[in-house]
Write a protein that binds this ligand. Structure first.
Ligand SMILES: [Zn+2]
Length: 197
């Protein structure tokens, strides 16, 4: 055992199992938590449990939500004839931050990836097709990557014959970059400059 306490050891293990957190940061977080008040730690533990208990997927757009349908799907102010298709819930947040897009969203929860055996049935493509009555346009705001490109082409091929316009956001977002980490002005420009496939 590296630490003088099994509890510390366990906490460091848990933290370092999270994305982007290495062992050093895990140790720093653990020691930091030890210095905080009991009240804070109780609140933290409770928030973790409640997060898992309360947050579910919206049955329409598949974004995270406490209430189903989510606030965006149930808002009368949103334009239901345009659906912006994204990979992850974090992409919805990135686009919402611009306050420029007033349509609806659809979260795929991944992209097609034959090497990892992720096919059309493993992401929310069927659910997208089921939403297309009364929809005029779907905007594909999928992160630029080889898998993203394959997903864009697959959706375009499947959706266009139904008579729905399919567009993709402009390539202001560099290959390999993610919407989540792109600034609002660039996202706004990319949506405005979208082109039909
Ligand atoms: Zn929703």
């Amino acid at each position: 055992m590296l630490y003088s306490s099994e509890s510390i050891e366990r906490m460091v293990e848990l933290f370092s199992s999270l994305p982007t957190i290495g062992r050093k940061t895990a140790q720093r977080l653990t020691f930091h938590i030890l210095k905080r008040s009991n009240g804070f730690v109780e609140q933290f533990a409770k928030a973790l449990l409640e997060l898992k208990e309360n947050v579910k997927y919206c049955s329409i757009c598949h974004n995270f939500t406490d209430k189903d349908p989510c606030p965006i799907c149930s808002s009368p102010k949103r334009d239901n004839s345009v659906i912006c298709v994204v990979e992850q819930p974090s992409d919805v947040m990135a686009i919402e931050k611009t306050s420029e897009f007033l349509g609806q969203y659809h979260v795929l929860h991944g992209v097609l990836n034959p090497l990892e055996n992720i096919g059309p049935n493993d992401i929310k493509i069927k659910e997208l097709l089921e939403r297309l009555q009364d929809v005029n346009e779907i905007i594909l705001a999928i992160n630029p990557s080889i898998e993203g490109e394959a997903t864009i082409q697959y959706i375009a091929r499947t959706v266009k014959p139904i008579g729905v316009k399919v567009t993709r956001i402009a390539r202001g977002i560099p290959m390999g970059a993610e919407l989540e980490f792109t600034d609002e002005a660039t996202i706004t420009r990319a949506i405005e400059g979208r082109s039909e496939i």
